[in-house]
Write a protein that binds this ligand. Structure first.
Ligand code: NAD
Ligand code: UDP
Length: 314
Protein backbone atom coordinates (compact mmCIF):
# COMPACT_ATOMS: atom_id res chain seq x y z
CA UNK A 1 0.00 0.00 0.00
CA UNK A 2 2.81 2.42 0.86
CA UNK A 3 3.97 2.40 -2.79
CA UNK A 4 0.60 3.69 -3.86
CA UNK A 5 0.31 7.11 -5.42
CA UNK A 6 -2.19 9.51 -3.94
CA UNK A 7 -3.54 12.57 -5.72
CA UNK A 8 -4.53 15.56 -3.57
CA UNK A 9 -6.35 18.34 -5.43
CA UNK A 10 -6.19 21.75 -3.74
CA UNK A 11 -3.15 20.47 -1.86
CA UNK A 12 -1.51 23.91 -1.54
CA UNK A 13 -4.40 25.20 0.56
CA UNK A 14 -5.01 25.13 4.28
CA UNK A 15 -6.42 21.60 4.70
CA UNK A 16 -4.69 20.19 1.61
CA UNK A 17 -1.20 21.08 2.82
CA UNK A 18 -1.81 19.37 6.17
CA UNK A 19 -3.17 16.33 4.35
CA UNK A 20 -0.15 16.12 2.01
CA UNK A 21 2.21 16.28 4.99
CA UNK A 22 0.29 13.56 6.79
CA UNK A 23 0.25 11.24 3.76
CA UNK A 24 3.97 11.68 3.04
CA UNK A 25 4.67 11.06 6.73
CA UNK A 26 2.65 7.84 6.46
CA UNK A 27 4.96 6.71 3.64
CA UNK A 28 2.85 7.41 0.54
CA UNK A 29 3.83 9.06 -2.73
CA UNK A 30 1.77 12.19 -3.08
CA UNK A 31 0.96 14.16 -6.22
CA UNK A 32 -0.48 17.56 -5.32
CA UNK A 33 -2.26 19.66 -7.92
CA UNK A 34 -3.38 23.23 -7.37
CA UNK A 35 -4.05 26.37 -9.42
CA UNK A 36 -2.92 28.56 -6.48
CA UNK A 37 -6.19 30.51 -6.46
CA UNK A 38 -6.17 30.63 -2.66
CA UNK A 39 -3.35 28.20 -1.94
CA UNK A 40 0.34 28.93 -1.75
CA UNK A 41 3.55 27.03 -2.38
CA UNK A 42 4.79 28.25 0.99
CA UNK A 43 2.23 25.99 2.67
CA UNK A 44 4.17 23.06 1.19
CA UNK A 45 7.64 24.34 2.08
CA UNK A 46 8.39 21.29 4.22
CA UNK A 47 7.61 18.92 1.33
CA UNK A 48 9.01 20.57 -1.79
CA UNK A 49 12.36 18.75 -1.59
CA UNK A 50 10.89 15.44 -0.50
CA UNK A 51 11.24 12.76 -3.22
CA UNK A 52 7.86 11.29 -2.20
CA UNK A 53 6.14 14.56 -3.06
CA UNK A 54 5.33 16.19 -6.40
CA UNK A 55 3.59 19.53 -7.00
CA UNK A 56 1.87 20.37 -10.30
CA UNK A 57 0.06 23.58 -11.30
CA UNK A 58 -3.28 22.48 -12.69
CA UNK A 59 -6.88 23.69 -12.64
CA UNK A 60 -9.38 20.91 -11.88
CA UNK A 61 -11.91 22.42 -14.29
CA UNK A 62 -9.69 20.89 -17.01
CA UNK A 63 -9.21 17.12 -17.45
CA UNK A 64 -6.16 15.52 -15.89
CA UNK A 65 -4.43 12.35 -17.08
CA UNK A 66 -2.27 10.77 -14.39
CA UNK A 67 -1.99 7.31 -12.85
CA UNK A 68 -3.02 7.25 -9.19
CA UNK A 69 -4.63 4.86 -6.72
CA UNK A 70 -6.50 7.30 -4.50
CA UNK A 71 -7.84 10.83 -5.01
CA UNK A 72 -8.65 13.36 -2.31
CA UNK A 73 -10.64 16.11 -4.04
CA UNK A 74 -10.19 19.28 -1.99
CA UNK A 75 -9.79 21.89 -4.73
CA UNK A 76 -12.24 24.74 -4.10
CA UNK A 77 -11.95 28.08 -2.33
CA UNK A 78 -13.58 27.64 1.08
CA UNK A 79 -14.02 31.05 2.66
CA UNK A 80 -17.01 33.24 1.70
CA UNK A 81 -14.76 36.16 0.63
CA UNK A 82 -12.75 33.92 -1.67
CA UNK A 83 -15.57 31.85 -3.14
CA UNK A 84 -17.75 34.92 -3.76
CA UNK A 85 -14.99 36.79 -5.60
CA UNK A 86 -15.58 34.76 -8.78
CA UNK A 87 -18.78 32.79 -8.14
CA UNK A 88 -18.98 31.32 -11.64
CA UNK A 89 -15.51 29.87 -11.28
CA UNK A 90 -16.47 28.53 -7.81
CA UNK A 91 -19.37 26.54 -9.26
CA UNK A 92 -17.19 25.38 -12.16
CA UNK A 93 -14.49 24.24 -9.74
CA UNK A 94 -16.97 22.18 -7.71
CA UNK A 95 -18.96 20.75 -10.62
CA UNK A 96 -16.50 20.46 -13.54
CA UNK A 97 -13.79 19.62 -11.01
CA UNK A 98 -15.89 16.75 -9.64
CA UNK A 99 -16.68 15.49 -13.15
CA UNK A 100 -13.01 15.56 -14.14
CA UNK A 101 -11.79 13.88 -10.96
CA UNK A 102 -14.56 11.28 -11.06
CA UNK A 103 -13.71 10.59 -14.71
CA UNK A 104 -10.08 10.12 -13.72
CA UNK A 105 -11.08 7.83 -10.82
CA UNK A 106 -13.21 5.77 -13.19
CA UNK A 107 -10.42 5.39 -15.76
CA UNK A 108 -7.73 4.38 -13.27
CA UNK A 109 -10.14 2.61 -10.83
CA UNK A 110 -9.07 4.85 -7.96
CA UNK A 111 -10.90 5.35 -4.71
CA UNK A 112 -12.03 8.98 -4.46
CA UNK A 113 -12.92 11.22 -1.51
CA UNK A 114 -14.87 14.44 -1.86
CA UNK A 115 -14.29 17.32 0.58
CA UNK A 116 -17.92 18.33 0.93
CA UNK A 117 -19.19 20.73 3.53
CA UNK A 118 -21.69 21.47 6.27
CA UNK A 119 -22.87 24.24 3.91
CA UNK A 120 -24.94 21.58 2.14
CA UNK A 121 -27.27 21.92 5.16
CA UNK A 122 -27.62 25.68 4.51
CA UNK A 123 -29.34 27.56 7.33
CA UNK A 124 -30.59 24.41 9.08
CA UNK A 125 -33.93 23.89 10.88
CA UNK A 126 -32.59 20.71 12.51
CA UNK A 127 -29.98 20.93 15.23
CA UNK A 128 -27.47 19.30 15.43
CA UNK A 129 -27.33 18.27 11.78
CA UNK A 130 -27.35 14.52 11.01
CA UNK A 131 -26.34 13.23 7.56
CA UNK A 132 -29.96 12.29 6.79
CA UNK A 133 -31.02 15.97 6.88
CA UNK A 134 -31.48 17.34 3.34
CA UNK A 135 -30.73 20.93 4.26
CA UNK A 136 -32.20 24.37 3.66
CA UNK A 137 -30.12 26.11 1.01
CA UNK A 138 -30.97 29.26 -0.93
CA UNK A 139 -30.33 28.33 -4.59
CA UNK A 140 -29.91 31.92 -5.82
CA UNK A 141 -28.10 33.82 -3.06
CA UNK A 142 -24.49 34.96 -2.67
CA UNK A 143 -23.47 31.70 -0.94
CA UNK A 144 -25.20 29.49 -3.54
CA UNK A 145 -22.19 29.16 -5.86
CA UNK A 146 -20.43 27.30 -3.07
CA UNK A 147 -23.36 25.50 -1.41
CA UNK A 148 -25.08 24.36 -4.59
CA UNK A 149 -21.75 23.58 -6.28
CA UNK A 150 -20.89 21.27 -3.39
CA UNK A 151 -24.39 19.75 -3.42
CA UNK A 152 -24.11 19.04 -7.14
CA UNK A 153 -20.68 17.49 -6.58
CA UNK A 154 -22.25 15.13 -4.01
CA UNK A 155 -24.91 14.23 -6.59
CA UNK A 156 -22.22 13.44 -9.14
CA UNK A 157 -20.33 11.30 -6.65
CA UNK A 158 -23.40 9.21 -5.90
CA UNK A 159 -24.35 8.91 -9.58
CA UNK A 160 -20.85 7.64 -10.41
CA UNK A 161 -21.19 5.24 -7.48
CA UNK A 162 -24.56 3.89 -8.69
CA UNK A 163 -23.86 4.05 -12.42
CA UNK A 164 -20.18 3.08 -12.56
CA UNK A 165 -19.62 1.33 -9.21
CA UNK A 166 -16.94 3.81 -8.25
CA UNK A 167 -15.51 3.58 -4.73
CA UNK A 168 -16.55 6.94 -3.28
CA UNK A 169 -16.23 8.69 0.09
CA UNK A 170 -18.20 11.88 0.72
CA UNK A 171 -17.07 13.81 3.78
CA UNK A 172 -19.09 16.75 5.11
CA UNK A 173 -16.53 18.99 6.77
CA UNK A 174 -17.67 21.45 9.45
CA UNK A 175 -15.78 24.69 10.24
CA UNK A 176 -12.12 23.80 10.65
CA UNK A 177 -9.30 26.07 11.81
CA UNK A 178 -5.59 25.95 12.53
CA UNK A 179 -2.15 27.01 11.29
CA UNK A 180 -1.98 27.94 7.56
CA UNK A 181 -5.42 29.44 7.39
CA UNK A 182 -5.15 32.38 5.02
CA UNK A 183 -4.77 35.56 7.15
CA UNK A 184 -7.09 37.57 4.84
CA UNK A 185 -9.70 34.99 3.99
CA UNK A 186 -12.33 36.61 6.20
CA UNK A 187 -13.12 33.46 8.14
CA UNK A 188 -14.03 34.13 11.69
CA UNK A 189 -11.14 32.40 13.48
CA UNK A 190 -8.42 33.99 11.35
CA UNK A 191 -10.16 37.38 11.43
CA UNK A 192 -10.49 37.46 15.21
CA UNK A 193 -6.92 36.26 15.87
CA UNK A 194 -5.32 38.66 13.39
CA UNK A 195 -7.42 41.55 14.70
CA UNK A 196 -6.51 40.74 18.32
CA UNK A 197 -2.80 40.41 17.49
CA UNK A 198 -2.87 43.82 15.76
CA UNK A 199 -4.82 45.40 18.67
CA UNK A 200 -7.63 46.18 16.24
CA UNK A 201 -11.30 45.88 17.17
CA UNK A 202 -12.94 42.48 16.76
CA UNK A 203 -15.58 42.52 14.00
CA UNK A 204 -18.74 40.70 15.08
CA UNK A 205 -21.34 40.23 12.34
CA UNK A 206 -24.94 40.45 13.51
CA UNK A 207 -25.53 40.18 17.25
CA UNK A 208 -22.78 37.57 17.60
CA UNK A 209 -25.22 34.99 18.96
CA UNK A 210 -25.04 32.80 15.85
CA UNK A 211 -23.15 29.59 16.54
CA UNK A 212 -20.49 27.47 14.88
CA UNK A 213 -18.60 24.36 16.01
CA UNK A 214 -14.87 24.56 15.39
CA UNK A 215 -12.67 21.55 14.62
CA UNK A 216 -8.90 21.70 14.91
CA UNK A 217 -7.12 20.80 11.67
CA UNK A 218 -5.22 17.75 13.04
CA UNK A 219 -8.48 16.14 14.15
CA UNK A 220 -10.07 16.83 10.80
CA UNK A 221 -7.19 15.29 8.82
CA UNK A 222 -7.30 12.19 11.02
CA UNK A 223 -11.00 11.81 10.23
CA UNK A 224 -10.35 12.30 6.52
CA UNK A 225 -7.62 9.67 6.36
CA UNK A 226 -9.73 7.21 8.36
CA UNK A 227 -12.63 7.71 5.97
CA UNK A 228 -10.46 7.09 2.90
CA UNK A 229 -9.10 3.89 4.47
CA UNK A 230 -12.53 2.63 5.60
CA UNK A 231 -14.25 -0.32 3.96
CA UNK A 232 -15.79 0.17 0.51
CA UNK A 233 -19.37 -0.01 1.77
CA UNK A 234 -18.89 3.26 3.70
CA UNK A 235 -19.61 5.87 1.02
CA UNK A 236 -20.83 8.60 3.36
CA UNK A 237 -22.00 11.26 3.37
CA UNK A 238 -20.40 11.45 6.78
CA UNK A 239 -20.07 14.48 9.05
CA UNK A 240 -16.62 15.28 10.41
CA UNK A 241 -16.33 18.20 12.80
CA UNK A 242 -16.16 19.12 16.45
CA UNK A 243 -19.59 19.26 18.10
CA UNK A 244 -18.54 21.80 20.77
CA UNK A 245 -20.67 24.78 19.84
CA UNK A 246 -19.85 28.45 20.49
CA UNK A 247 -21.43 31.79 19.75
CA UNK A 248 -19.22 34.25 17.89
CA UNK A 249 -19.08 36.38 21.03
CA UNK A 250 -17.78 33.40 23.02
CA UNK A 251 -15.19 32.76 20.33
CA UNK A 252 -14.08 36.41 20.43
CA UNK A 253 -13.75 36.23 24.22
CA UNK A 254 -11.63 33.06 23.99
CA UNK A 255 -9.32 34.68 21.44
CA UNK A 256 -8.97 37.82 23.55
CA UNK A 257 -8.19 35.75 26.65
CA UNK A 258 -5.34 34.05 24.79
CA UNK A 259 -3.95 37.06 22.97
CA UNK A 260 -4.54 39.79 25.54
CA UNK A 261 -4.35 43.32 24.14
CA UNK A 262 -6.81 46.17 23.93
CA UNK A 263 -9.27 45.11 21.24
CA UNK A 264 -12.99 45.78 21.75
CA UNK A 265 -15.93 44.06 20.09
CA UNK A 266 -17.60 46.09 17.31
CA UNK A 267 -20.75 45.03 15.51
CA UNK A 268 -21.53 44.95 11.76
CA UNK A 269 -24.61 43.76 9.84
CA UNK A 270 -24.98 40.01 9.39
CA UNK A 271 -24.13 38.92 5.80
CA UNK A 272 -27.05 37.59 3.72
CA UNK A 273 -27.95 33.90 4.28
CA UNK A 274 -25.47 33.56 7.16
CA UNK A 275 -26.53 30.36 9.00
CA UNK A 276 -27.78 31.00 12.55
CA UNK A 277 -26.49 27.80 14.04
CA UNK A 278 -24.31 24.87 13.08
CA UNK A 279 -23.21 21.78 14.97
CA UNK A 280 -22.44 18.34 13.58
CA UNK A 281 -24.06 15.14 14.70
CA UNK A 282 -20.94 12.94 14.56
CA UNK A 283 -22.43 9.67 15.76
CA UNK A 284 -21.85 8.04 12.35
CA UNK A 285 -18.14 9.00 12.34
CA UNK A 286 -17.78 7.80 15.94
CA UNK A 287 -19.43 4.49 15.08
CA UNK A 288 -17.93 3.75 11.64
CA UNK A 289 -14.53 5.48 11.86
CA UNK A 290 -14.01 5.20 15.60
CA UNK A 291 -13.29 8.92 15.34
CA UNK A 292 -14.01 11.77 17.72
CA UNK A 293 -12.14 15.05 17.98
CA UNK A 294 -9.47 15.31 20.65
CA UNK A 295 -8.35 18.96 20.57
CA UNK A 296 -10.42 21.46 22.55
CA UNK A 297 -10.98 25.03 21.36
CA UNK A 298 -8.57 26.64 23.83
CA UNK A 299 -5.67 24.33 22.84
CA UNK A 300 -6.38 24.62 19.13
CA UNK A 301 -6.62 28.40 19.32
CA UNK A 302 -3.30 28.55 21.17
CA UNK A 303 -1.54 26.75 18.28
CA UNK A 304 -3.29 28.94 15.74
CA UNK A 305 -2.44 32.16 17.58
CA UNK A 306 1.22 31.20 17.71
CA UNK A 307 1.16 30.50 13.92
CA UNK A 308 -0.36 33.91 13.14
CA UNK A 309 1.97 35.65 15.60
CA UNK A 310 5.05 34.41 13.74
CA UNK A 311 3.42 35.06 10.35
CA UNK A 312 2.73 38.68 11.29
CA UNK A 313 6.24 39.14 12.70
CA UNK A 314 7.70 38.01 9.36
P1 NAD B 1 -8.30 26.69 0.82
O1 NAD B 1 -8.89 27.82 0.06
O2 NAD B 1 -7.18 26.98 1.76
O3 NAD B 1 -7.82 25.54 -0.16
C1 NAD B 1 -8.40 25.27 -1.40
C2 NAD B 1 -7.29 24.96 -2.38
O4 NAD B 1 -7.89 24.65 -3.66
C3 NAD B 1 -6.37 26.14 -2.62
O5 NAD B 1 -5.03 25.72 -2.57
C4 NAD B 1 -6.75 26.64 -4.01
O6 NAD B 1 -5.69 27.29 -4.68
C5 NAD B 1 -7.18 25.35 -4.67
N1 NAD B 1 -8.09 25.54 -5.81
C6 NAD B 1 -9.18 26.34 -5.88
N2 NAD B 1 -9.75 26.23 -7.09
C7 NAD B 1 -9.00 25.33 -7.79
C8 NAD B 1 -9.09 24.82 -9.11
N3 NAD B 1 -10.06 25.19 -9.96
N4 NAD B 1 -8.14 23.93 -9.50
C9 NAD B 1 -7.14 23.54 -8.67
N5 NAD B 1 -7.01 24.02 -7.41
C10 NAD B 1 -7.94 24.91 -6.98
O7 NAD B 1 -9.52 26.00 1.59
P2 NAD B 1 -9.49 24.84 2.68
O8 NAD B 1 -10.06 25.40 3.92
O9 NAD B 1 -8.20 24.16 2.70
O10 NAD B 1 -10.60 23.86 2.07
C11 NAD B 1 -10.23 22.68 1.36
C12 NAD B 1 -11.50 21.94 0.96
O11 NAD B 1 -12.25 21.59 2.13
C13 NAD B 1 -12.43 22.75 0.07
O12 NAD B 1 -12.99 21.91 -0.91
C14 NAD B 1 -13.50 23.22 1.03
O13 NAD B 1 -14.73 23.42 0.37
C15 NAD B 1 -13.57 22.08 2.02
N6 NAD B 1 -14.08 22.53 3.32
C16 NAD B 1 -13.30 23.26 4.16
C17 NAD B 1 -13.80 23.70 5.38
C18 NAD B 1 -12.99 24.49 6.36
O14 NAD B 1 -13.50 24.88 7.42
N7 NAD B 1 -11.72 24.75 6.13
C19 NAD B 1 -15.14 23.40 5.72
C20 NAD B 1 -15.90 22.66 4.82
C21 NAD B 1 -15.36 22.22 3.64
N1 UDP C 1 -18.07 36.31 11.43
C1 UDP C 1 -17.96 37.38 12.32
N2 UDP C 1 -16.90 38.22 12.18
C2 UDP C 1 -15.94 38.06 11.24
C3 UDP C 1 -16.06 36.98 10.34
C4 UDP C 1 -17.14 36.13 10.46
O1 UDP C 1 -18.79 37.57 13.21
O2 UDP C 1 -15.00 38.88 11.19
C5 UDP C 1 -19.20 35.38 11.59
C6 UDP C 1 -19.95 35.07 10.30
O3 UDP C 1 -20.97 36.03 10.07
C7 UDP C 1 -20.52 33.70 10.61
C8 UDP C 1 -19.44 33.06 11.50
O4 UDP C 1 -18.65 34.13 11.97
O5 UDP C 1 -21.71 33.80 11.34
C9 UDP C 1 -18.55 32.07 10.76
O6 UDP C 1 -18.08 32.69 9.59
P1 UDP C 1 -17.02 32.00 8.60
O7 UDP C 1 -16.93 32.89 7.40
O8 UDP C 1 -15.78 31.71 9.34
O9 UDP C 1 -17.66 30.59 8.24
P2 UDP C 1 -19.10 30.13 7.70
O10 UDP C 1 -20.07 31.27 7.79
O11 UDP C 1 -18.85 29.71 6.29
O12 UDP C 1 -19.44 29.03 8.62
Amino acid sequence: MEDNRILVTGGAGFLGSHLCERLVRDGYNVLCIDNFYTGNKKNLAALLNNPSFELMRHDVTFPLYVEVDEIYNLACPASPIHYQRDPVQTTKTSVHGAINMLGLAKRVKARILQASTSEVYGDPEIHPQPEAYWGRVNPIGPRSCYDEGKRCAETLFFDYYRQHSLRIKVMRIFNTYGPRMHPNDGRVVSNFIVQALKNKDITIYGDGKQTRSFCYVDDLIEGMVRLMRSSDDLTGPINVGNPDEYTMIELAESVLRLVGGKSKLIFFPLPQDDPKQRKPDISLAADRLDWTPTVGLEDGLRETVSYFRSLLMN
